[in-house]
Design a protein around this ligand. Structure first.
Ligand SMILES: [Zn+2]
Ligand SMILES: [Zn+2]
Length: 546
């Protein structure tokens, strides 16, 4: 046993913010930590979300002993349904995380076949050769855990998303004692969250939001609408507390908000008295000064309630002048543009919009630099691997580790797909496996590849040109003038001349006999148009023979 290697294989979350998924492999045993999704960047047209490429696991699915989910955020849970379609393994999660995973699976009709197990922070589970000890961490959602993973090759600490909040909403700080206890046993490697590695100092406590929300409630003249993530249970609690204090009723709008709040209340993670809550329908009939609504849509997603409110296309209700809208969130990198566009639209509709830059209505759930140093000091790992973050965050986190004295060659900055191996207490890089994207577009998984996204980009940028040819069945000569249709293709100067010239080119090419193949003709037209306009529209040639 001793000469076997521990292999750590990042399938997602290293080199990006989102779709976190880590694999621990020892012999013919695999432990999966988190199965997250990532929301697409603006230039990935028509893609709903992205999940990790976990083909590596599909080939070894019989080795998977278990899946441990650290907390209930989408970037740690969102791919679970897709993973379960390929891998049959038990899932372990704390009660709230399990509740959120259950709701996700039941929406897809998969709850029946999933093997879900509830585990508590402070407990320990044996999964093949991995002994996994869960310890509580503060984050922007209750019931988050980090993991102490004892393997035959040594003890690894996996932080999950964490911060060191001394006054969290649920009054349950990160388990310092457990971290120190793990350190006492000697930690081979620490894998820790890097999301805020470029933020100096300490992340403020969630407590500071209470004052900001009180200000909002004190000054609001009409309805208050708070947008947040549907999984941000602690934010629901804080809004509820302010509502109670200022005599407003609270309503949740949107299926995921309503379901998550109901589940969290049933499990005791959300303490909102029955008389505080009304349905969204009831709230909309009440005096605007007496209600606060919570909904989703902080990232400028056009299909979310906030997105629809900003464009006046929401079915249930509209923004009216006098509304105060609070965006209690931080734009995920890449979403800034659409978030600010949504804010502008909300202002145009007469709302007063309060967001992070104006008032502290959001604090991060992730550790800043001083907390990262504290974690490194508490855990005292021999080796360090920064996880959860874009490459710039990972490098910054590596720097922090060097600052506190971890030798340069004991730190590995790696991206998705780069295997790291531990043997005889030594770390070295292993092979590279695919660590890319799988696009999910509607219900289609993986069918939309990079090339489809590239085509959509080309269509969006330069439009298309359709060349319709009618040929004589016998002679293959043109029977009619080529018909040219364009959409979204811009050719300002001498537009008609350009189309005439294209028509002429097509005719000549066919007559010279070179245009027999549609693809060749498409290529000829494409380069002709590029020469004249410096644009690259999609070009399609269709043939009919009569
Ligand atoms: Zn998180
Ligand atoms: Zn996360």
């Amino acid at each position: 046993m001793k000469d076997k290697k521990l292999r750590i294989i990042p399938l997602g979350g290293l080199g990006e913010v989102g779709k976190n998924m880590m694999v621990y492999e020892y012999g013919e045993n695999i432990l999966i930590v988190d199965t997250g999704l990532m929301f697409p960047e603006n230039d990935m047209l028509g893609i709903d979300y992205i999940i990790p490429d976990f083909q590596y696991l599909v080939d070894k699915s019989q080795w998977v002993r278990g899946i441990v989910i650290t907390h209930g955020h989408e970037d740690h849970t969102g791919a679970i349904a897709h993973v379960l379609e390929q891998i049959n393994a038990p899932i372990y999660a704390t009660p709230l995380t399990r509740g959120l995973v259950e709701l996700k699976l039941s929406r897809g009709g998969q709850l029946g076949k999933a093997q879900l197990n509830t585990v508590q922070a402070g407990s320990s589970i044996q999964l093949g050769p991995f002994q996994v000890e869960l310890f509580h961490v503060c984050h922007s959602i209750p019931d988050g855990v980090g993991l102490g993973i004892t393997t035959p090759a040594g003890l690894v600490v996996h932080s999950g998303d964490y911060k060191f909040d001394h006054t969290p909403v649920d009054g349950w700080p990160t388990d310092y004692a457990k971290l120190a206890e793990l350190a006492g046993r000697g930690v081979l490697a620490l894998l820790a969250d890097s999301t805020n590695a470029d933020r100096p100092g300490w992340t403020p406590s969630e407590k500071v939001l209470d004052a900001a929300f009180r200000d909002v409630f004190r000054n609001a003249q009409g309805r208050i609408i708070v947008a947040s993530f549907a999984s941000l249970i602690s934010r629901m609690q804080q809004v509820g507390n302010a509502a109670e204090q200022f005599g407003r009723k609270m309503a949740f709008a949107g299926a995921s908000m309503v379901e998550n709040a109901k589940m969290a209340r049933n499990l005791g993670y959300l303490d909102l008295p029955e008389e505080l809550l009304v349905s969204a329908d009831q709230a909309l009939k009440m005096n605007p000064k007496e209600v606060v609504l919570m909904c989703t849509g902080t990232q400028g997603e056009p299909t979310s309630i906030m997105g629809r409110l900003s464009t006046g296309s929401n079915r249930q209700f509209d923004i009216v002048p006098g509304d105060t809208v609070v965006l209690s969130s931080h734009p995920i990198p890449g979403n800034e543009e659409s978030v600010y566009r949504t804010i502008n639209r909300l202002f145009r509709r007469g709302a007063k919009v309060i967001y992070e830059n104006i008032a502290p209505v959001h604090v991060s759930g992730h550790a800043s630099q001083e907390e990262m140093k504290l974690l490194l000091h508490l855990v005292k790992p021999k080796y360090f691997i920064p996880i959860h973050g874009e490459l710039r965050h990972l490098h910054q986190h590596a720097d922090i580790a060097r600052q506190i004295g971890i030798p340069e060659d004991h730190v590995s900055v790696i991206e998705n797909g780069q295997v790291v191996e531990f043997q005889n207490s030594e770390m070295r890089l292993g092979e590279r496996i695919p660590g890319g994207y799988v696009f999910v577009d509607g219900t289609r998984v993986g069918e939309v590849g990079r090339s489809v996204v590239r085509e959509r980009e080309a269509l969006a940028r330069d439009g298309f040109v359709l060349v319709n040819l009618t040929l004589d069945r016998d002679t293959c000569n043109l029977r009619e003038e080529p018909e040219i249709i364009t959409r979204g293709f811009i050719y300002t100067r001498n537009g008609d001349d350009l189309l005439d010239a294209t028509r002429k080119l097509v005719k000549e090419t066919i007559m010279s006999g070179d245009g027999g193949l549609q693809q060749d003709l498409e290529q000829t037209v494409k380069s002709f148009l590029y020469d004249r306009t410096k644009r690259r529209p999609m070009v399609f040639v269709t043939l009919s023979r009569t």
